[in-house]
Design a protein around this ligand. Sequence first.
Ligand SMILES: [Zn+2]
Length: 492
Amino acid sequence: MRNLRKTILPLLLTFIIVPACTAVADGTATTALPAAPTGTPLPTITPSPTSPPVPAFPSYAIDLVLDYAGKTVEVSQEIVYPNHTGEPLASLVLVVEPNLWPACFTLKSLSVDGVETVNATLDGRRLEVPLAAPLAPGSVVELSLRYSLLLPRIEPDRDATYIRQQLFGHTYQQLNLVDWYPFIAPYVAGEGWLLHDENYYGEYMVYGSANFDVTVHFADPANPPVTAASGYGLPAGDGLRYRLEKGRVFALSFSPFFEVDERTVGGVAIRSYYFPYYALAGQKALEVVAQAFQVFSERFGPYPHRSLSIVQIETAFAMEYDGFFFMDTPIYGSYSGAETDFLPVTAAHETAHQWWFALVGNDQALEPWLDEAFATYSERLYYEWLEPERIPWWTAARLGNMADSTCPIDITIYGFYGFDCYYTPSVYLRGAVFLHDLRTRMGDEAFFAMLQDYAAAYGGQIATAADFFEQVRHHSNADLSDLIAAYFQNPH
Ligand SMILES: [Zn+2]
């Protein structure tokens, strides 16, 4: 995410965001389904000799019918889940983010390996599905879900500090499906299912990688809205079919008003979706992203997908997804072509998240510096490559006096209340200062070789700070103890 306002309004935020969070929590729907039967443990399911190969990643085949005018979605979803946790699983836990909104999510049916299941429990955003027998490591289970979504309205956000961040739902001229389908939570061996508490700014979700096959139909196929999506789409009957291999998430945005510009870079279709009156900014966004895409492909490694969508959103927050990101209308609206505009900074930042968030995953809640510091520092790499004369401006405008800060960069998204060290300045900005100091200590050759190896090793995985520092030490014998002590509260 890119949020410049947070850097200047931390005190104000501490006073106004708690009620918004509370309101959402109060609205959380809880559905108590019949209790799971108890009794003697059943035998563990083990793969038979004739079982097909176990897939490396889960797969999600989703078929949806969107009633754009009615703001509803009917969904049929199949999940194939291979158990690579190394442990037998007595149940599966799915994350159902739409259930945070009252009356939004209605589960109509759920079956496991073809057998209708009635003993699942949906509590807030946690859907627990007991299995008839524990799923052995190396085995596969298939889930089928039918559900509907009644999309919430995205409240007007003239000033983002007065509302909870909301990207899911509809405005007058746009409908966004983000974190919209139930997905199986990551599982940490020895700890269990990874499902963090909600947070005002979002970005508390942790995603594994999966293969997506998403088909979109429209209730009124004669008048379909323009569709922006995470994957590469092709016509399929009266709808559109998208594929996204080894993706973190699958996002969609619809609007009958979108204008679209496209540019192909290295075989990847980059598309800019923007509203009328914002053509200048929408076209600039495409230009910057195409440039940043080339810079980061060179610096970090190849981009894994066939398309990338840049989508204007009527909120005051930019947000990254996989093969897709939102940039906020205020960024478009403030773009004038002046050298001090922040649109290129935001566009480069969100493009970098395709490597640091989407390709290399991380625990965004507990180790947010692993994607946000990297994306922020990538802004500098963009300017170094294309407009090195503008680095002093970027450093002053973006980092301010953070080189003088002593705040740790390894704070969590929950850690900025009550601290003098606020989330965005510490994690994003001082985090970028750290990466520059690390680069200076290692030298350019070792630093960029390390980043490439890190991206290659952890593409499709969830990396930790320990994984990152293992790569750093593999590429450099430099003593880092003073840097670690200066920037981190936890040892590495
Ligand atoms: Zn970001």
